[in-house]
Write a protein that binds this ligand. Sequence first.
Ligand code: CTP
Ligand code: MG
Length: 228
Amino acid sequence: MATGAVIVAAGSGKRMGSHRNKLWLPLAGEPILAHTVRLFASHPEVAEIVLVVSEQDHADVIDWLRTEGIRLTVVVGGAERQDSVRHGLQALSPDCSYVLVHDAARPFVTPQQISQLISQVQHDQATIVAVPVKDTIKVVGETGQIESTPARESLWAVQTPQAFRMSLLQEAHQRAKEAGKLGTDDATLVEWLGHPVTVMQGSYENIKITTPDDLLVGEAIMRKRKGE
Ligand code: CTP
Ligand code: MG
């Protein structure tokens, strides 16, 4: 049962405030994108990778992959993350029964977590990694006043990779596009189909590099992993 990966890198990184896509910013001296792509490209259980990039980054990504000697399929994404994932799924070969969708902006997922996810999704058909939230979360209304306080025990912050049976995720994306349904992650679309999604406890280190402070934390995680 082959597993493919769709790595989405076609954002612009607005919240980072840098002049070009944040994924080119260095982490331990190398682009964030390089760390994430290498991790999947060297994973023995990932049979195929589709990397989704923006029109602006396309030529630079192709050059970088050539220099690194990494062979994978590169496609251009869309305006929303969901569009980028859909483009990626369309480019994945039909040999892949399962797919992992991953944000290029999360370079700290480990090979062990990827393996666990691949084994779990063959049982559940839809499995994602997440961590219990540490803060108390409030629902705040437009007036700036608190509307409710959901019980913290039931709240999880979801991450990627998110793993699915390929046919299930394809159907979710197709139906969402037809209905104009937009979700901030892929699990949302599968939930919306009425299919159960299992949560696997991930790691607090699997952060998404979103704002400049995340780079500081990211460098610290890199140093820790190198044993410095
Ligand atoms: N992404 C994508 N296509 C889009 C938007 C986002 O492929 N149209 C990717 C990003 O490149 C990133 C991942 O989805 O790897 C998660 O998105 P996010 O962290 O929000 O990145 P950006 O959208 O680039 O950042 P921002 O929201 O701050 O503009
Ligand atoms: Mg975004």
